[in-house]
Design a protein around this ligand. Structure first.
Ligand SMILES: Cc1cc2nc3c(=O)[nH]c(=O)nc-3n(C[C@H](O)[C@H](O)[C@H](O)COP(=O)(O)OP(=O)(O)OC[C@H]3O[C@@H](n4cnc5c(N)ncnc54)[C@H](O)[C@@H]3O)c2cc1C
Ligand SMILES: *[C@@H]1O[C@H](CO)[C@@H](O)[C@H](O)[C@H]1NC(C)=O
Ligand SMILES: *[C@@H]1O[C@H](CO)[C@@H](O)[C@H](O)[C@H]1NC(C)=O
Ligand SMILES: *[C@@H]1O[C@H](CO)[C@@H](O)[C@H](O)[C@H]1NC(C)=O
Length: 491
């Protein structure tokens, strides 16, 4: 049915030259807004409907908890067409979604029952050797970016595992294998190409608009749709590292080595990540070692390498191969949730709590529906926040040197969604309370990383004292709150 109220509201917008065209329907589709978009966009873009193959690709997410059935999928091919779509959905107050690569498991963050915008066509990588920067499209996954930059012998601060989207990763912060050396991905940002909520395409830099530039560095879709990032590059040699699987019988050795690493490591080229997983009735550890060079300094990782394992793929390799070698705890097609908790120190007593939580919730929840629980211990250097003196939306403070630990649950049956969400909230609170109780008082005040935090985390836990500044930018750039029609973190 044609929705007359929506169409007449849209016609009232004098700024829309295509409003009259939009009132006509195509035979193929009865949704007036999708049909209007289809007529208004250029030949560089397309609209897909349920039943089209590319519709299914467009609405898919890494975790099925993030899926919704939209009226149509729009694949814009130019920034100007993104602007056209934003004018139409904004003018008609139509709920919409913006999806980079769909890796956020949070429901409704990159999905909608309205108009679903998929950014796939923004897939260019352009290296500028003189400026030592790369422009990358927001429809890419990191693997594409690494492959495109490798022939130039350069790299960028990006994702650690295969297949993760550049858009949400960068717009939320971005913790990388390179973070100890160069900071978060947002710390390497030179410029954004942004389609503002009014449809205008602008380049945003520190010079052009310092407040908006700050807001975009952690502020996701609050200020419009980003079509391109310009990021700093750095020379890239072969690297050393990869994953090792270690059984529960050696859990004390790996935990002690991780705790010692956190207390003593100083080389910013090195990184360790220890993940505890409960699956198929067993606790197992995946240890990730990384060194940004073909060979680590003698002895650096010996304590880890001496632990007996049941599968190891640690070697000298191209950077993209390191990323490809990294197993993700689960792949596409599971229900899933992440939750974030921040700690100040990786102490043995705290990791014991984390291990107990992995096992406790793994046992409790697997009784219901086949699952994995994974808890990641990520001992970055505390100097990682020192690589940027400009303000960024996230983290709101760089004076608390917090570590962004996280949990991940995967399951099969949607009947139990609420139980898993609730367990993810309870468990992160147990760990945070334990950190505070052992003297890490600032753990309770530390920011929570929005790319890992569960969907109903209070926004003040993400943006803290930056909220007034972010709200001021929001009022200026999006006075009609067009972006409020899309899901995700809202300032
Ligand atoms: C297997 C796996 C591994 C991960 N590893 C890491 C890691 O090592 N380090 C790390 O920091 N994070 C990691 N993450 C988290 C990751 O950063 C987030 O899931 C991120 O949001 C993924 O980006 P995306 O483009 O796929 O997001 P999407 O799910 O597509 O979008 C997330 C949010 O960003 C918004 N958004 C997307 N594109 C745009 C755009 N063009 N303009 C404006 N807003 C937009 C969406 O509307 C949505 O609200 C990992 C996630 C997974 C699933
Ligand atoms: C990608 O690059 C090609 C070649 O320069 C250009 O024609 C196209 O418009 C670019 N696409 C986007 C989405 O920027
Ligand atoms: C393990 O965690 C559960 C749930 O938080 C808790 O009830 C239990 O007391 C913990 N066990 C130990 C040994 O700490
Ligand atoms: C999901 O769980 C419910 C409740 O136990 C059960 O009735 C239903 O059959 C399950 N669905 C699937 C697909 O297994």
């Amino acid at each position: 049915m044609l929705n007359h109220a929506i169409i007449s509201a849209a016609l009232a917008l004098a700024t829309l030259p295509f409003a009259v065209q939009g009132a006509q329907l195509t035979a193929r589709n009865q949704d007036p807004i999708c049909a209007w978009i289809e007529r208004a966009i250029s030949s560089a873009s397309n609209v897909y409907y349920p039943g089209d193959t590319l519709y299914n690709k467009g609405v898919a997410h890494w975790a099925t908890t993030a899926n919704q059935v939209s009226k149509c999928v729009v694949e814009p091919g130019t920034a100007a067409d993104v602007g056209t779509v934003l004018r139409i959905v904004g003018g008609t107050r139509t709920p919409f979604a913006v999806k980079g690569a769909g890796h956020s498991p949070n429901p409704k963050f990159a999905s909608t029952t309205g108009v679903h915008i998929s950014m796939y066509r923004f897939n260019n990588v352009t290296y500028d050797a003189d400026a030592q920067t790369a422009e990358i499209g927001t429809g890419l996954v990191w693997d594409n970016v690494y492959d495109a930059l490798a022939p130039h012998g350069v790299n960028i601060v990006g994702g650690r595992v295969p297949g993760v989207g550049v858009a949400g990763f960068t717009l939320g912060g971005g913790y990388s294998w390179k973070t100890n050396q160069f900071g978060l991905t947002i710390d390497t940002l030179v410029a954004f190409e942004l389609v503002r909520p009014d449809g205008k395409v602008v380049k945003v830099t520190h010079e052009s608009d310092p407040q908006l530039f700050m807001g975009l560095k952690g502020g996701f879709n609050n200020f419009g749709i980003v079509t391109k990032f310009t990021l700093k590059t750095h020379p890239q040699s072969e690297v050393w590292g990869g994953p090792t699987q270690i059984g529960a019988d050696h859990i004390d050795e790996v935990t002690d080595a991780t705790v010692e690493w956190d207390a003593t490591a100083t080389d910013p080229k090195a990184q360790v990540m220890t993940t505890y997983t409960y699956a198929r009735g067993e606790l197992d550890i995946t240890l990730f070692l990384f060194y940004d060079g073909p060979t680590p300094p003698a002895g650096m990782f010996d304590r880890f390498l001496a632990i007996p394992n049941h599968g190891s793929d640690v070697k000298t390799r191209p950077f993209a191969d390191m990323v490809q070698s990294t197993p993700t705890a689960a792949s596409y097609g599971f229900r899933g949730i992440f939750n974030a908790f921040s700690v100040l120190d990786t102490t043995r007593s705290l990791v014991d709590v984390i291990i107990n939580e992995t096992q406790y919730w793994g046992q409790q929840l697997s009784a219901k529906t086949g699952i994995i629980t994974t808890y990641a211990v990520e001992p970055f250097l505390r100097s990682m926040y020192s690589h940027n003196t400009e303000q960024t939306a996230f983290p709101p403070t760089r004076s608390i040197p917090f570590l962004p630990f996280n949990i991940y649950y995967a399951w099969l049956n949607s009947t139990y969604d609420e139980e898993f969400y609730n367990a993810a909230r309870v468990s992160t609170k147990v760990i945070t309370d334990a950190a505070v109780a052992e003297g890490q008082r600032a753990a309770a005040e530390a920011p929570l990383y929005p790319n890992n935090a569960i969907f109903d985390t209070p926004i003040s836990k993400v943006y803290g004292d930056n909220l007034p500044a972010l709200r001021a930018v929001k009022r200026r750039v999006d006075p009609a709150n067009v972006m409020g029609l899309a899901g995700g973190w809202k300032v």
